[in-house]
Design a protein around this ligand. Structure first.
Ligand SMILES: C[S@@+](CC[C@H](N)C(=O)[O-])C[C@H]1O[C@@H](n2cnc3c(N)ncnc32)[C@H](O)[C@@H]1O
Length: 203
């Protein structure tokens, strides 16, 4: 009899955990947003979870670097069928404000993978001020049961400042409306963290 191999630990990283969380929440036909598209790995998973020929759905992809947006577009167009790819919409802009095509209380998931583009210019990184502004703008877009997922990187100076600011901001969210949970590997030095903010009441 073939033995089933189990991989330990169950979640190898903050991204593993984030992806498991998205998978449990996002359903075909949903509206989802990638607010930092980068090389498009996260956007591809979101597209696979939310976009469907039968149920439609929408994926909003945002990055302030054209290079990142083009890379994401290329990845999605190669990996997805054309009918599905057409449900993805690309915006070359800062995420401090969201495109008006996203209706209030409509998104099941808004994703941030903070920091800089891997192998790109490390000077072009997410910053506390614009990230907090974006998170404020994201809250009213989340539908009941939907969530915001933020992966933070305190391993570099700007990322540390940003992580501290976000965690402080998250503490101010109403516990009657938002479930706010921060995950971090405690026995790894300055390990990345995952902040999950789920709505259980209408804004
Ligand atoms: C760590 S990468 C994202 C990785 C990506 N999700 C992936 O799957 O490859 C962070 C991205 O955030 C983008 N970014 C930084 N500041 C931004 C801002 N204010 N608005 C939108 N995108 C921003 C960067 O250009 C970079 O591509």
């Amino acid at each position: 009899m073939k033995m089933q191999r189990t991989r330990f630990p169950l979640f190898q990283s903050h991204l593993d955990l984030a992806h498991a969380y998205w998978t449990s929440l996002v359903k075909p036909g949903d509206c989802v947003v990638d607010a930092t598209s980068g090389n498009g790995h996260d956007a591809l998973l979101l597209a696979r979870l939310a976009l469907s020929k039968e149920k439609g759905g929408a994926l909003i992809v945002i990055d302030k670097q054209l290079q990142a947006l083009e890379e994401t577009k290329k990845r999605l167009s190669c990996e997805l069928e054309n009918d599905i790819f057409k449900l993805a919409h690309f915006f070359h802009q800062c995420h401090s404000a969201f495109p008006s095509c996203i209706s209030p209380v409509s998104a099941s998931m808004i994703v941030y993978n903070l920091g800089y583009l891997p192998k790109g210019n490390k000077e072009i990184t997410t910053k506390s001020e614009t990230t907090i502004k974006s998170l404020e703008a994201a809250l009213p877009l989340i539908r009941v049961g939907g969530a915001i997922s933020i992966t933070c990187y305190p391993g570099h100076a700007e990322g540390k400042k940003e992580t501290e600011a976000i965690l402080e901001w998250a503490k101010s969210l109403s516990p009657q409306q938002w479930s706010c949970c921060h995950h971090q590997w405690m026995n790894r030095y300055e390990s990345p963290g995952l902040l999950l903010i789920q709505s259980y009441l209408e804004s």
